[in-house]
Design a binder for this molecule. Structure first.
Ligand SMILES: NC(=O)c1ccc[n+]([C@@H]2O[C@H](COP(=O)([O-])OP(=O)(O)OC[C@H]3O[C@@H](n4cnc5c(N)ncnc54)[C@H](OP(=O)(O)O)[C@@H]3O)[C@@H](O)[C@H]2O)c1
Length: 351
């Protein structure tokens, strides 16, 4: 055992309100040794952690969710990329690059081999972090919501919230490629410029635009066919009031409400339009779709377009495992710009 390992642990659950840095601890822990591996286990050195908004639910302590809550005193866990340092599994050898949805937020940790998937380690033009972004869960979430559930059609108008983010930037590009008119909402002028550069037709800064209702009305005088909802709250309300007949909503996420308290939660007023405009709302969780044929469709389309340079994807890397708690908290204040990942170490072992 050595003491060069680092673990990011939860201190307490946070049922509502905003989590703070003090709710996490960065702790030096022992590095698991090769000799401590049981059969079919793998010792992993973490390269990247994915920071995702769904962590907020896992911090809450709730038992009533599709994913388990983090336990105080235990390390956080989520999607990650790592390299195999040692293995007792016939499926993996030292040097393999692997991913899973259950990476412990530790520099070194032991995983069972069943949880892991091997990924190519040296494909030209693709970095390890791309498997957490453009070729990973957030992009697939965009694809399922837009293409598989809402069945986007050429000529339709779509509104996308958090349009510069991990999911949103892919929604914008997939929608443009399918001939939709794309309206994006983002939280800073830099983000607005970025979303425009992806091809969106109209993009507004929802923090400075004034009336959201007027802004959406001006951008889509005939109304919107699809609302890709990443934020919930007031923009969802405005979208509901702006839907065209037979409109569809991809209820992907509602980040504006994740830190809400009973006092600050936004109450939707325009639910009646679901009836009068015959709107369909698709709630979905992406983990239900990785074993469906749509996953291969997504990989085929997006990996070939990305390799050809027909898809842009903005990663937002934070360096150092000790900065992982802040990197996560930033998501809920819009301080990320693109897909937020934490770089823990380099493939060659530096950092
Ligand atoms: N259903 C699923 O399976 C699934 C899978 C992945 C993600 N999601 C959901 O998709 C949404 C986007 O996730 P992501 O990974 O792409 O995150 P992201 O957009 O990369 O980062 C979060 C962004 O949300 C915006 N935001 C934060 N607080 C906000 C607030 N109070 N009001 C309005 N906007 C706020 C910020 O962008 P601005 O600066 O532009 O405000 C921030 O940058 C989240 O709701 C997430 O939970 C769902």
């Amino acid at each position: 055992m050595t003491s060069s390992n680092v673990s990011i642990k939860l201190v307490r659950t946070i049922p509502s309100g905003s989590p703070a840095l003090e709710d996490f601890v960065v702790e030096a822990v022992d590095t698991p040794s090769e000799s401590s591996l049981e059969p079919n286990q793998v010792l992993i050195r973490s390269l990247y952690f994915s920071c995702d908004p769904y962590f907020r639910g896992r911090l809450s302590g709730t038992k009533d969710s599709y994913v388990s809550s983090f336990i105080p005193g235990n390390p956080l866990e989520g999607r990650g990329i790592g390299t195999v340092e040692a293995s007792t599994s016939p499926k993996f050898i030292k040097g393999d690059m692997v991913t899973s949805a259950a990476f412990k937020w530790e520099k070194y940790f032991i995983s069972s081999d069943g949880a892991l998937t091997k990924i190519p380690s040296n494909t030209a033009g693709i970095s390890p972090a791309d498997y957490l972004g453009v070729l990973g869960m957030p992009s697939f979430t965009a694809y399922v919501g837009l293409v598989f559930l809402c069945k986007a059609q050429p000529g339709e108008t779509i509104l996308v919230s958090a349009a510069s983010g991990a999911v949103g930037q892919m929604v914008v590009q997939l929608a443009k490629a399918r001939g939709l008119r794309v309206i994006g909402a983002a939280g800073s002028d830099d983000k607005v410029d970025f979303v425009k550069s992806l091809g969106a037709d109209v993009v507004f800064n929802y923090k400075t635009c004034g009336s959201l209702q007027e802004t959406v009305k001006k951008a889509a005088p005939q109304g919107i066919d699809i609302y890709f909802d990443n934020v919930g709250g007031e923009l969802l309300d405005v979208a509901l009031s702006s839907m065209r007949f037979f409109g569809r909503i991809a209820a992907c996420g509602m980040i504006s409400q994740y830190n809400a308290t009973p006092e600050t939660a936004y109450h939707i007023k325009n639910l009646g339009n679901i009836v009068t405009k015959k709107v369909t709302i698709y709630g979905y969780i992406i983990s239900d779709y990785f074993d469906k044929p749509v996953y291969k469709e997504f990989i085929d389309e997006v990996s070939s377009k990305f390799k050809k340079g027909d898809i842009q994807y903005r990663l937002d890397e934070v360096f150092g495992i000790e900065n992982a708690p802040q990197a996560l908290l930033d998501l809920f204040e819009g301080k990320n710009f693109g897909k937020r990942v934490v770089k823990v170490s380099d493939v060659n072992g530096t950092l």
